[in-house]
Design a protein around this ligand. Sequence first.
Ligand code: PMP
Length: 398
Amino acid sequence: MFKEVEAYPGDPILTLNEQFGADPRANKINLSIGVYLDAAGKMPAMRAVLQAETALAAVLGTRPYLPMEGNAAYRSAVRALIFGAEHRAVSESRVATAQTLGGSGALKVGADFIAHYFPKAKVWVSDPTWDNHYSIFGGAGLTVGKYRYYDAATGHVDFPGMLAALEQLPAGDVVLLHACCHNPTGADLNQAQWRELAGLIRRRGLLPFFDIAYQGFGEGPDADAFAIRHFAEEGIALFVASSFSKNFSLYGERCGSLSVVCDDSTQATNVLGQLKATIRRNYSSPPIHGARIIARVLDDAGLRAEWLAELEGMRLRVKAMRTGLYDALSARCPGLDFSYLNKQTGMFSYTDLTAAEADVLRQEFGLYVLSSGRICLAALTEGSIAPAADAIAQVLKR
Ligand code: PMP
């Protein structure tokens, strides 16, 4: 019956992670998957989350289905976190928001919605981008193309190249934008560049789709949402897929959201209705637990302050790991320029390591990095900087 079914080659990131798990070497270091680890190399359970969970345990009781669009308190708290509670689009009820299964679920619900209402639209993603963008939008039946983004020579965004590429697109095409902490390069636009891009997007009639999976890890939760808030302020209709996997350290609870900024509240009501229909045909309704925790934390002043402080600590720890790795590599390879590490933001950096070098690092040194050269700084610790730098320096000197 199933002899036509081909073997799944595996997801490039998750497969490497499984390989890491099975690697018996005690000195192995995993910089491949995008997860935040604390100074002890452990995935943190955030204090605010544990407190909210303990309080909820006392009252949890029955577990009815949530509505298709999810938990109402969660949806409004998430909307305020992304747009700011005072944003005009929010106060004018122009934002349709649904709770989703992580950021991936938000992208999928958005992709299905676009495939239904704008079937001729092509989706454009940055070159490079998170691989799953191709799978999710392509899997929804949309054609996915890439626009110029990263300049390997400078370790930064080729902004003129990006503008020139987007200038060529027909009105109505969708442009996927990483709101902050670009995955995989760590190279972000600055605020002046976002303003210029908003002008182009509006003039060309393009439809921006923001992906914000690392809010709080760049410059802080408000600054990281600048682009989304600015585009919405400019009256541009847009999509936002958000994730709480990293900034609440709640990966397995699958908490995310999809927001669509519309021209008026009637459109927002209709769009929300169609998002509900999309969710109904996919998985009917989202799960209860993670959303209750997050709503509780965001709606309680004390817990929220505690969460923000802990998140800021995580952000600063990743920055310290960047500087630490920069110093360690610069000391070991005096002729080479690692300044891209300090220029880039968020959990990732795009090194110049080749796929062959990534193989050697893994096989000989037990250091796991992606074949694209992406490393996750958030998985480094004080203790792993020196051995990671030793391995990289040895490979670079060959
Ligand atoms: N977008 C980007 C850019 C990501 O890096 C990720 C997570 N790796 C996601 C979306 C998906 O987030 P989630 O794990 O919540 O589905």
